[in-house]
Design a protein around this ligand. Structure first.
Ligand SMILES: Nc1ncnc2c1ncn2[C@@H]1O[C@H](COP(=O)(O)OP(=O)(O)OP(=O)(O)O)[C@@H](O)[C@H]1O
Ligand SMILES: [Mg+2]
Ligand SMILES: [Zn+2]
Length: 316
């Protein structure tokens, strides 16, 4: 059964996005959970370390077909994020779905050619598709439309007719609620602030060190460690008066190599962590040593003033 311009998608099926480069396929694909999306660019990156590497296309397509086959066998919803403007490509995809009795949906991303071309401009060199290629992809997309039913697609829709913002926001909202612990779980708690400063990749390496004598009062010590390499950090909640939050990293004392105190310097980003680990912060002017004090009169380092607002953002 074929229905045209009918926006209801099967719960589980094969969804084939069809459109020129820059049409917005990957943007649309992101509204589905990442595990459901097979991206040809992504797989080019997987097999060659470079998503834009054209001589990796055949290898990436092999991998895509293999994963598609396995997912169809499991009756899992699967979205194909590739231009899919060639009939031979689409026919193979449809055959894989039919072998497993899965419904097929063609989603035509019919963005106007000038828009597709304009969107190539800001891309990095290895992701910029030449104008004549985009032009012919766009033409092929237009021609493909009348063939899709004959190719065996059960549903044919224009991307514009889909209602994907709602499931997208629903999924993002569920993730956010879980992070905040509003779903009954512990949530990220303190780590929301850590993530705000240093990014989510740091979280698995982050350990609070309760009871450390490196700090006093309500300040807390944490460690970022991977094997032999580590950084020691302090969380301060009264940097510039109560309620101002920030992190310091522990560095060697710049005033005396034999110093028994602790030298701390503020860190605001993962770049600062990198600098601290590689020694690039060892003569930072904002270092404060518990024995030697500060190098100059500036004990109100720039950039702390808005930390309270950042904290509010992070936990909101
Ligand atoms: N619905 C939309 N509204 C506004 N901008 C969009 C929309 N869809 C995509 N874009 C923008 O267009 C650009 C290209 O989109 P996208 O990367 O999804 O294209 P694509 O079809 O996947 O291209 P390619 O085939 O080269 O991977 C992106 O910068 C994206 O932000
Ligand atoms: Mg894309
Ligand atoms: Zn010192």
């Amino acid at each position: 059964m074929t229905s045209v311009l009918y926006p209801d998608l099967p719960e589980n099926g094969l969804i084939v996005l069809i459109g020129a480069s820059g049409a917005g396929k990957s943007t649309l694909a992101r509204t589905w959970p990442a595990s459901q999306v097979l991206s040809l660019d992504g797989l080019r990156g997987v097999v060659s370390d470079d998503p834009g590497r054209q001589d990796a296309t055949a290898d990436a397509a092999d991998v895509l077909k293999l994963i598609l086959e396995r997912r169809m066998a499991r009756k899992l919803n699967t979205v194909i994020d590739a231009t899919n403007v060639e009939q031979s490509v689409r026919v193979e995809l449809v055959m894989a779905a039919k072998r497993h009795g899965m419904p097929t949906v063609a989603v035509v991303v019919a963005t106007p050619l000038p828009v597709c071309l304009e969107r190539q401009g800001p891309r990095p060199d290895n992701r910029r598709v030449p104008e004549d290629v985009v032009r012919s992809q766009h033409q092929a997309m237009v021609h493909s439309h009348q063939r899709l039913a004959a190719e065996g697609f059960n549903t044919i829709v224009f991307a514009d007719a889909l209602y994907r913002l709602e499931p997208f926001l629903k999924r993002l909202s569920q993730v956010r609620e879980a992070e905040l612990g509003r779903d009954g779980s512990d949530g990220l708690g303190d780590l929301l602030l850590v993530r705000r400063f240093f990014g989510s990749e740091i979280l698995p390496l982050w350990r609070w060190r309760p009871g450390s004598d490196l700090v006093t009062g309500r300040d807390r010590v944490a460690e970022i460690r991977l094997g032999q390499q580590y950084l020691t950090l302090a969380f301060r909640d009264d940097v510039d008066g109560e309620g101002d939050f920030g992190f310091d990293v522990l560095l060697p004392c710049p005033f005396d190599a034999e110093c028994a105190g602790q030298a701390w310097a503020p860190v605001y980003s993962v770049t600062d962590l990198y600098k601290a680990l590689t020694g690039a912060m060892d003569s930072d002017p904002d270092i404060v040593c518990s024995v030697h004090g500060v190098d100059d009169q500036d004990d109100d380092p720039e950039g702390r003033a808005d930390l309270e607002a950042q904290y509010a953002d992070a936990v909101a």
